[in-house]
Design a protein around this ligand. Sequence first.
Ligand code: ZN
Length: 135
Amino acid sequence: MSAHSPAPGDMLEPVRHHLRHRDPAYDFDVGPGWRQLLLECHQAVVAEFPDYELHAAKQKFASLAFQASPRPWKHGVDWTDAESDRFHAVIQVFVDRSTVTCERCGAAGSLRESRRIHLVLCDGCETLVPEHGRL
Ligand SMILES: [Zn+2]
């Protein structure tokens, strides 16, 4: 194992274990309001696909992008269309939730198009997040 020890309380450590490329410095590119959502997505996926492989998890076009495979890609795709459909259906639930969840605080939010980068924010966070959109 690596010498990396995660910060105490890093709720996303279990998610990190499924990363295809285990870079200890990698952090998921989602705002603080979506970290619980990302964890719940992982928990739902891992319950049905214990060996799933995660390529990246990030905010893309104002929704959660959970880029993953049902199993590690070894000598090609070895999952069925039905498995793939189910895998994506499990993830889609959380993608849908991300579109109504404030990425900054986790409260109910909606799509905000006032910035160059589109974000899902609640009314309070909409007034706090600057134009560059960094949460
Ligand atoms: Zn908020």
